[in-house]
Design a protein around this ligand. Structure first.
Ligand code: NI
Ligand code: MN
Length: 225
């Protein structure tokens, strides 16, 4: 059993068997966050890319918890200078850990950290507690979103719907079709005015098309995957 808790924007906490994976922990300055960087648990931190609304509190949480940070090589190199443990994957790379694994896969977006490190953004395919979750990261609609499910049967996908900086809720319907997960949770919307989106309409469109079940989670909302 794996529990997913939505923390706002693209941040999620995955827990199974006492292992806590924290993805894109943007909590400080996130108007939707309901937990603080001082209290969130983490055994491993994973980043889709280094934009501020994804990198977030990763360094502070890594320093407090000792959790290593999995990120693309250029971002990992910047973070290592902070004295924290990093895992420097590039696209296609897999990191194995107790209870699962995580693979960095392509996304169509741009990447620059707040400190100015250019990098290629990604998505993450994460296996924990026997469940496989595809976090698309920030991306436009593109056909290779269909590739992760060719290798691993997906249980859940986290799909951005906010538009402006990513695909909007209409392209996200086609993305859900390509991703081919039976269950979808929308992310990356309503945090700031430019990315306001009607998650209920997205749910209706995806479910009416028979593509997947959609669960709209309020920040701090949880589901069993
Ligand atoms: Ni971004
Ligand atoms: Mn973003």
């Amino acid at each position: 059993m794996t529990t997913l808790t939505f923390l706002g924007q693209s941040a999620v906490l995955l827990e199974s068997g006492g292992t806590n994976l924290l993805v894109d922990p943007f909590l400080t300055g996130n108007p939707k966050a309901t937990v603080s960087a001082d209290e969130v648990p983490a055994d491993l931190i994973l980043l889709t890319h280094g934009h501020g609304d994804h990198l977030g509190d990763a360094v502070a949480i890594a320093k407090r918890t000792g959790a290593p940070v999995v990120a693309i090589v250029e971002v990992a190199g910047e973070l290592a200078e902070e004295g924290i443990d990093v895992v420097d994957l590039n696209l296609g790379g897999t990191h194995e850990f107790d209870g699962g694994w995580a693979r960095l896969v392509p996304a169509w977006h741009t990447g620059l950290t707040p400190k100015g490190t250019p990098h290629t953004p990604g998505g993450l395919v994460i296996n924990l507690g026997g469940k496989t979750i595809y976090h698309l990261g920030d991306t436009a609609l593109f056909s290779d979103l269909a590739l992760p499910s060719k290798r691993d049967a997906l249980d859940l996908a986290l799909i951005p719907i906010g538009g402006h900086y990513t695909m909007d809720r209409h392209d996200a319907v086609e993305a859900a079709r390509l991703v081919a997960a039976p269950h979808v949770v929308p992310v990356h919307y309503d945090t700031f005015p430019p990315i306001e989106a009607d998650a209920g309409a997205f749910k209706q469109d995806v479910e009416d098309a028979g593509i997947a079940k959609v669960t709209v989670l309020a920040p701090d909302g949880s589901i069993e995957v």
